[in-house]
Write a protein that binds this ligand. Structure first.
Ligand code: FMN
Length: 174
């Protein structure tokens, strides 16, 4: 099973601590059949190569979208990527390019999990906030797998980061 991890982090190479660590652990694992695409590095000017993105998705069985949570949503390039890559006639509206593949989100949040509860500070769960991705997946023929969440990134210590990095590698490459 080929897995492609599309990472949407505007500061992966400089300020990222958690996503950079997860990806370093994945690389160190030497996992075969896992390809990582750093989308902000590929398209710093937001000029997305739609054909290249579609080809990358066609080549894989498991699609992973990985991003830091920004304003209870994704960084901007991911939204634009969806708008441009998911074309009618290709993956919906008569197109079936992605049928039978899976989608898994990997999302890191600064705030801790307790805040994303009906009785928490934000009054909304992560499932609710991520639901547009689940509906999109269904609409374009993908099976939506439960997201891999890393929460409380603002305060996570090195031991905690070690633990989630190992769990991440198992989830993505195991
Ligand atoms: C512009 C911006 C918006 C953010 N919005 C949220 C948010 O809505 N909820 C949250 O929990 N964290 C938010 N954060 C914190 C990031 O999600 C967090 O720092 C990141 O996931 C940690 O991963 P990293 O070390 O790879 O950057 C935001 C950070 C930035 C820069």
């Amino acid at each position: 099973m080929a897995t492609t991890v599309l990472v949407f982090h505007p500061h992966l190479a400089d300020t990222s601590r958690v996503n950079a660590r997860l990806l370093a652990e994945l690389k160190a694992s030497g996992a075969s059949d896992v390809t990582v695409r750093d989308e902000y590095a590929l398209y710093p000017d937001f000029r997305i190569d739609v054909k290249a993105e579609q080809a990358a998705l066609e080549r894989t069985d498991r699609i992973v979208l990985q991003f830091p949570f920004y304003w209870y949503s994704s960084p901007a390039l991911l939204k634009q990527w969806e708008d441009e890559v998911f074309r009618p006639g290709w993956c919906y509206g008569g197109g079936h390019a992605l049928d039978g593949k899976t989608l898994r989100l990997v999302v890191t949040t600064g705030s801790e999990a307790a805040k994303f509860q009906p009785d928490g500070a934000y009054k909304r769960t992560m499932d609710e906030l991520l639901s547009p991705f689940e509906v999109v997946a269904r609409r374009i023929g993908l099976t939506y797998e439960p997201p891999f969440l890393v929460q409380g990134c603002a305060t996570i210590d090195e031991a905690g980061l070690d633990e989630v990095a190992k769990a991440y590698v198992k989830a993505i490459a195991g």
